[in-house]
Structure formats: structure tokens, C-alpha cells
Design a binder for this molecule. Structure first.
Ligand SMILES: C[S@@+](CC[C@H](N)C(=O)[O-])C[C@H]1O[C@@H](n2cnc3c(N)ncnc32)[C@H](O)[C@@H]1O
Length: 450
């Protein structure tokens, strides 16, 4: 155990809470939701039938927790917290600061009935302002959000309807407030990623369970194929075919030329489109024994220009980089996390030619638009560190509901379910003034403290 995250009062409580929410968001499996519910009791003695259990120590990497004490909020503290939430909805920054600094209001407090926290209420305060006062209200709300997020409020706190403040800002069309929350998310993620790296979390260990699972191929509808793991998680589905097609066009822009490296065969969709473009060299790295057997059964080991490299990319990338660099690299592994992807970026720069193109299937946080937007920005910033500039393409996808039948959960659940960001990263020779990254880097930073 290397990191200890405690929700017990401390000056860095807000950071811990933010990190914890991040941890929940990262893995949407039920055990984290369970954990989340328990943690909610810290803030919300009313939420569970076990109201006294609400002070927890939380350990990440590996995730573990223990209950260290039992306490309940005093009526005085409750009253201060309720006044604090009222001040938030009234967008009264002076009162907010006074209540947190001088009277000990808890910046993470949530309304018992609705689960709305201070940031939700600030967003709501701007939303309900009369039309003629809207602009001024948004400015005030923006100031309140910045101060609160710098002083303990949790950027991705969820209300009872599982909406974060950013989700609400987006629903109400409050773009400035949405952007402020997203920036806070990016900062929190950067911090978390930094801590993860410090703890040297083993990226390799994480997808071990998947690689040992038994896979099945199904046909949910006529002509559609799905690859499932032994828990019925969709490893790959046919609805992604248009993304794969476009990716292949980007990766092999001139048919008959170039070399391409693809990580993760899955259903072989991207590889089939890549083959249609006849690259001179086409290397596929695949780690799952069932998938490798299927590839061979389909004759992929005999296709022109194709080389199958059996093993985890973590184990074979170094060796590949020592041979010949690639004109393009694609990444779409399964059972991996953001840290693995970032680790892959590190490898990818060594695998790419100086004009090389890197692309990956961007499904990070794809069950919630807010988290998706946070990851989109985060990836751009991280890749800039590796000398890569970013282009996003938005694709409109036909995603029939029937295709999800038999899968454990939808890993794609954005409101615009048919629109998917497709990523293209190119080495930065000179950053164009129109690039998405230039705009991001030049964007006015959001103050985190008043
Ligand atoms: C989402 S599928 C890829 C789908 C593919 N893009 C397509 O068009 O069908 C992910 C694939 O990555 C493989 N994979 C998972 N972890 C891997 C790793 N560490 N190294 C190499 N392959 C891995 C899985 O076995 C699976 O076949």
C-alpha cells in the first residue's frame, strides 16, 4: 500500500476528496460504487440505513478502506453548512468565504434530500437569474466556483441524480461555468496522474484479469459482431466500425504506402480497413490467447505485409522500437486505464517516425460528457509534453440499441450517443495558431483562489 487517502479532516481534505471521486470515476465497476455509497455517508449520514458509519480511511492502490471512527454531525455544524449552501445559491461570495474560513462550513457538504453540493447550487443560482441579470450572475457564479474549488469543494461531486455541477452547467447552457469545472477536472486529473506515477502503479498488472478471461464472439443482430469477456463486458462491438474506418484512412493516408502498427486486434475491424489500404508493413500486437487463435483461424498470419506480434504491448513495444519506426501507430487495447494509455504514449513517441501519426480510440470517460471533456483536454496536454499536437474529429455514428443486448453495461453513454471524438496526434514541428492545442494553451487560466 503506497498511498493513503483519508477523508478525516485535514487541510488537504479537498484534494483527497477530489482524488477519491476520480478513483470512482475511473472504474465504474460496482465495487467502487459501493465504496462511493459508503463514503457518501461521511458527508451524508442520512443516505444509508447505517447512518453512524461515516468516517473512513481510504486507501488506494490497492483500494482498501477501513472505518476508523463513528461520529455524526452536530446540529450547529449542520446549521452552518445549511447557511453555507444558501449563500452558494445566492452567489454571495463574501458570505461563502466567511462561512468557510471563519465559521468552519464544510465545502464538501451536500443537501440531504437532493445531494446538491455548493457547486451545484452556484450553477443553479446563475441558472435561475432573470434574463437581464444573467451575465452578471454568471460572472459572480464563476468567481464563486473558482474560489470554492480552490477551497475544498469537489469538482465532480454528484447529486442524487448522478449529475456533477459541470453536467448541470452544460444542461443549462452555461458555457463559462462548464469550462471552469472542466478545467478543475483537468487539474485534478493531472495531479492524480502525477501521484499515480510517483507510486509507480503497475500498469501491467491491471489488465491481467482480462487477459486470463475466456472470450466469446456473439452476433447480437444480423451482420453485427460483439466480442465479450467472461463478465459480458463488450471488448469490441460492430457499431465502432465507422470510427475504425476513418482511423484507417488517417493512419494510411496514401494507399499502398507506409507502415502501421496496431495495438489490439479485437474483431479485426481496424485491421481489415487497414488491409484495404495495403500498407507496406502492417504489424498487429495482440495479447489475448483466444484472440490470437481466432486471428490465425482467419488467416491473418498469412496476409501480405502482416506481422502478428503475440504479447502485451508493454512487453513487446521496446523490441519493436529497436527495429524500424512506423509511419503511424494506433492504440485500442481493452481492460486498461488512463495511466496505461499515458504509458503507451511514452512508448509511442519511440515507435513513430518524425512525421508519424498516433491515434487511439477515445472512449475515456465516455459514460458522461463532463468526464469525456476532461479527458479530451487532459490527453492534449499530456501529449504536448511528448511533443505531439492534437486534432480531434467528431464522427456521427449509428449505434443501434439492440447491439448492446447481452452486454453487461454500455461503455458509451454520452448524450450525443452518435458522436465520437476520433483522435489524431502529430509531432509538433511548429504549433499552428489554429490548432486545438494552441487554443487550449493560450486560454486564460482559471484562478483557483480568490
Ligand atoms: C477494443 S479491442 C480492439 C478492437 C480493434 N480496434 C478492432 O477494430 O476490432 C482490444 C484488443 O486489445 C487486446 N489487448 C488488451 N490488452 C492488451 C495489451 N496489453 N497488449 C496487447 N493487446 C491487448 C485485447 O485482447 C483486444 O483484442
Amino acid at each position: 500500500m503506497q498511498a493513503r487517502l483519508s477523508l478525516v479532516d485535514s487541510s488537504i481534505k479537498s484534494m483527497h476528496q477530489t482524488l477519491f471521486y476520480e478513483a470512482i470515476h475511473r472504474d465504474r465497476h460496482s465495487r467502487y460504487f459501493y465504496l462511493w455509497t459508503l463514503v457518501s455517508t461521511r458527508k451524508f449520514p442520512y443516505w444509508l440505513p447505517r447512518p453512524k458509519v461515516h468516517s473512513l480511511k481510504i486507501y488506494l492502490f490497492p483500494l482498501k478502506m477501513e472505518i476508523i471512527e463513528e461520529e455524526s454531525m452536530s446540529p450547529d455544524q449542520l446549521a452552518v453548512n445549511q447557511r453555507f449552501l444558501e449563500a452558494c445559491r445566492a452567489l454571495d461570495i463574501e458570505q461563502i468565504q466567511k462561512l468557510v474560513r471563519d465559521e468552519g462550513a464544510d465545502a464538501w457538504f451536500q443537501e440531504p434530500e437532493t445531494g446538491k453540493g455548493p457547486l451545484h447550487l452556484v450553477v443553479e443560482g446563475a441558472h435561475v437569474a432573470e434574463a437581464e441579470e444573467k451575465d452578471a450572475a454568471v460572472e459572480k457564479a464563476d468567481e464563486c466556483l473558482s474560489w470554492l474549488m480552490g477551497n475544498g469543494a469537489v469538482w465532480n461531486q454528484m447529486d442524487r441524480e448522478y449529475r456533477t455541477p459541470a453536467c448541470r452547467a452544460r444542461e443549462y447552457g452555461l458555457a463559462k461555468l462548464y469550462a471552469n469545472c472542466i478545467d478543475a477536472g483537468v487539474r485534478a486529473e493531472l495531479l492524480l496522474a502525477h501521484l499515480n506515477r510517483k507510486q509507480q502503479t503497475s500498469a501491467g498488472a491491471r489488465n491481467e484479469a482480462y487477459l486470463n478471461s475466456k472470450l466469446t464472439w456473439t452476433e447480437p443482430t444480423d451482420g453485427a459482431k460483439t466480442l465479450l469477456d467472461d463478465e459480458n463486458n463488450g471488448v469490441m462491438m460492430s457499431w465502432e466500425k465507422d470510427i475504425m474506418k476513418r482511423s484507417a484512412e488517417v493512419l494510411v493516408p496514401t494507399p499502398g504506402e507506409g507502415s502501421v502498427l496496431n495495438i489490439g486486434f479485437g474483431l479485426g475491424i481496424v485491421d481489415t480497413y487497414l488491409q484495404e489500404r495495403r500498407p507496406k508493413r502492417h504489424v498487429i500486437v495482440e495479447a489475448h490467447p483466444d484472440v490470437i487463435a481466432e486471428m490465425k483461424a482467419q488467416g491473418w498470419d498469412k496476409k501480405p505485409g502482416v506481422e502478428i506480434v503475440e504479447g502485451r504491448w508493454q512487453d513487446v513495444a521496446g523490441q519493436l522500437a529497436e527495429q524500424e519506426v512506423f509511419d503511424s501507430v494506433y492504440y485500442d487495447a481493452f481492460g486498461e486505464y488512463y495511466e496505461d494509455l499515458r504509458e503507451f504514449f511514452d512508448e509511442a513517441v519511440g515507435l513513430l517516425s518524425p512525421d508519424g501519426i498516433l491515434s487511439f480510440f477515445h472512449g475515456l470517460g465516455a459514460d458522461n460528457q463532463t468526464f469525456y471533456d476532461v479527458y479530451t483536454k487532459l490527453v492534449m496536454l499530456e501529449l504536448y509534453d511528448f511533443g505531439l499536437d492534437t486534432e480531434w474529429e467528431e464522427l456521427y455514428i449509428d449505434m443501434p440499441d439492440e447491439e448492446w443486448e447481452g452486454t453487461k453495461r454500455r461503455y458509451w453513454a454520452l448524450e450525443t450517443a452518435s458522436s465520437v471524438s476520433h483522435s489524431i496526434f502529430k509531432f509538433v514541428h511548429q504549433l499552428s495558431k489554429d490548432s486545438a492545442l494552441t487554443k487550449l494553451l493560450l486560454a486564460k487560466p482559471t484562478p483557483s483562489e480568490a
